[in-house]
Design a protein around this ligand. Structure first.
Ligand code: PAF
Length: 269
């Protein structure tokens, strides 16, 4: 695996390839990332992974400061997975140039996390747009866990007629149905136990909705999961993935964002 911290050097190296498959990450790699990277490495092109904890997508300084970082383990994982290139840029390498394309934010940026994390998606699209301009990949691969991000990146790419193809990877879960996430590293033992119980409840609740044993009641769910140790609920919503609206048919994903301790967790299933 070749490591680059400078975009000029990276570009000189990858210029000869027109089949770069790009996996953007913020490091603290886990099994979710691993599955995305595996999908990329299995493809016919070269795999380029980036690790950049992007300050512009954090609406809270403390969250940025305490975001999990684990460089040594990340490198070990990337080497094990036979990644071709790792790009680990500095802030200036990413932000000190003028982009060709303008950030396009679809309306969906105002929903869900967009209502609770000011400018978060603007920061995500900004950095992804910059990576796309630097790398010019054939494909970009992202996880479905961050469905809203994935959707907004697709919209930005389409609107700007960028040639990169977007591939989505299914969410990888542990035996308790918890989606792997870098932020899980921040939970202590007691918080992890609380999360296991909450997820078990939400999964059963969704099953009851599908089998019509229950109708959706936000306040009821909120009360219940707070009694189980959740600190704060940003949202719990049912969404039809095709319309991005409240479901009319019995087909939907349950989206949530809540805090356990100081850790904000999101998922959809
Ligand atoms: O999902 C993430 O880790 C980040 O939002 C991304 C896509 C790497 C942009 O910083």
């Amino acid at each position: 695996m070749k490591l680059f911290t400078n975009k000029k050097q990276l570009q000189t190296e990858i210029r000869k390839f027109n089949n770069i498959s790009f996996v953007p990450t913020m490091g603290a790699l886990h099994r979710g990332h691993e599955s995305i990277i595996r999908k990329s490495v299995k493809g016919s092109g070269k795999t380029l992974v980036s690790i950049f904890v992007n300050p512009k997508q954090f609406n809270n300084k403390k969250d940025l400061k305490t975001y999990p970082r684990n460089n040594k383990n990340d490198i070990k994982i990337l080497k094990k997975l036979k990644v071709d290139y790792l790009y680990k840029p500095s802030y200036d390498d990413i932000y000190k140039f003028k982009t060709e394309k303008k950030i396009y934010l679809d309306r969906f940026a105002k929903e869900l996390c967009g209502k609770h994390r000011k400018d978060h998606f603007k920061g995500v699209i900004d950095v992804v747009n910059r990576f796309l301009e630097i790398i010019g990949p054939k494909t970009i691969i992202l996880g479905n866990k961050d469905f809203q991000q994935l959707y907004l990146i697709k919209k930005h790419i389409k609107k700007n007629k960028i040639k990169t193809k977007v591939l989505a990877c299914k969410t990888i879960r542990d035996k308790y149905f918890i989606a792997y996430s870098s932020r899980l590293n921040k939970l202590n033992y007691v918080e992890k136990i609380k999360l296991i119980r909450v997820i078990k409840f939400l999964k059963r609740y969704k099953g009851n909705l599908l089998s019509k044993k229950q109708t959706f009641n936000f306040n009821e769910i909120k009360k219940k999961i707070i009694s189980m140790g959740v600190n704060k609920v940003d949202y719990i919503k049912l969404i039809d993935l095709r319309t991005l609206k409240r479901p009319r048919k019995n087909k939907f994903n349950l989206f949530y964002a809540f805090y356990i301790g100081k850790v904000r967790l999101i998922d959809n299933f």
